[in-house]
Ligand binder design. Structure first.
Ligand code: UD2
Length: 344
């Protein structure tokens, strides 16, 4: 009799186990996680679970409630007079932003040019970008170069791709830096418009030292130059010749923006690069060149087409300017270079 009970119990348990296994084996456990997105610098990737998450009735967003009566920073300006946020450390909640951009499935492009001797910078640039740039999001690197074989084949994390685009360089370094506007504009209309939602455009002689993520993204953004953030308008090195298309009078201007870092939606970056390239061509026809080349035309663009988001100098730091207390994080830093050695 006891044997019969034992057999019956074993059969029942076996049935129960197979039933449970059958029903739970295909379940998407990520869907039931309250907040599975990545937090700063953890490096984990949750692209797939986020795409499934959006329709789940159990989807939750858990984070500390914003406090309307508490200022995130009291030592720096955190919004421009035209109501664009200025991104400093402590002014955003990355969990919320990651969640929003994951739900949109944002595809982020990064363009960088390495012509002639600037190839020396690309390995550190890419390796450090893999560590700190848009961790956990879909990233597509576009490396424009005159020497495809000189670009290292680095291992990329999940959801990240790289395309090396062969271009012919220009003779003068000034043309190399300025023509980036034309090349970016043309590549957007040829290809990028179908491949990415946002485009981030960077110089090559930079190294990522700390987190840079979706907090930078918006319609069109620029970075406040680290050398001018406390300066008066007259100190800005804008183009002052009134016959140049880059001209900015001394009583105009908001901030001095660096030429090494700008971006936005592909549509907006198209407009920006198109404006800058046309302004350069206008000057070229008059045989002039703005003082700081593409940077001067970029500053002109941002004066009359205000950026919708500004990044604090944390995002383009140069150790030449020391360590002011307001700069809590040096996220992207200039690699010191010997100009004579890298420019032909
Ligand atoms: C400033 C700007 C830069 C641009 C330039 C215009 C900053 C930090 N950067 O830097 O964005 O506006 O002024 O004068 O303010 N390049 C090559 N090969 C070359 C020369 C240039 O690939 O032979 C590319 C490379 O991606 C480089 C970029 O063009 O990073 C800009 O040139 P740069 O870094 O020499 O410009 P720089 O330091 O004068």
């Amino acid at each position: 009799m006891a044997g019969k009970y034992l057999v019956f119990t074993c059969l029942f348990l076996a049935f129960l186990l197979s039933f449970t296994w059958y029903h739970l084996k295909d379940r998407d456990w990520g869907r039931y996680t309250a907040f599975p997105c990545q937090t700063e610098n953890t490096g984990s990737n949750s692209i797939i679970s986020h795409e499934r998450l959006k329709d789940s009735p159990l989807h939750r967003m858990l984070y500390e409630k914003p406090d309307l009566l508490k200022l995130p920073r009291t030592d720096v300006m955190i919004a421009t007079p035209w109501q664009a946020p200025i991104v400093w450390d402590g002014t955003y909640n990355l969990d919320i932003l990651n969640e929003l951009f994951h739900l949109r499935g944002a595809r982020i492009g990064l363009s960088v040019f390495v012509i002639r001797k600037y190839k020396v910078f690309i390995n550190d640039f890419l390796q450090s970008a893999e560590e700190f740039f848009m961790a956990g999001h879909k990233v597509h690197y576009y490396v424009f170069t005159d020497d495809v074989s000189g670009i290292p084949n680095i291992t990329l994390k999940e959801g990240r791709n790289m395309e090396v685009v062969k271009i012919s360089g220009y003779k003068r370094w000034q043309d190399i830096t300025m023509r980036r506007m034309q090349l970016i504009r043309d590549y957007i209309s040829q290809k990028l418009i179908n491949e990415v939602d946002y485009l981030v455009c960077l110089d090559a002689d930079l190294k990522f030292m700390d987190h840079i993520g979706v907090e930078i993204l918006g319609d069109v953004f620029g970075v406040i130059h680290p050398g001018f953030f406390g300066e008066s308008r007259t100190a800005f090195t804008h183009e002052r010749r009134n016959y140049s298309a880059g001209y900015i009078p001394e009583d105009e201007g908001d901030f001095y923006y660096t030429g090494c870092f700008f971006g936005g939606t592909v549509e907006e970056v198209y407009k920006l690069t198109n404006f800058c390239h046309n302004a350069m061509m206008e000057d070229k026809a008059k045989n002039i060149e703005a003082l700081w080349h593409d940077e001067s035309y970029l500053n002109k663009y941002f004066l009359y087409h205000k950026p919708t988001k500004l990044l604090s100098p944390e995002y383009a730091w140069n150790d030449y300017y020391g360590s002011p207390v307001v700069v809590k994080r040096k996220r992207l830093v200039h690699v010191p270079k010997d100009y004579n050695a890298v420019r032909d």
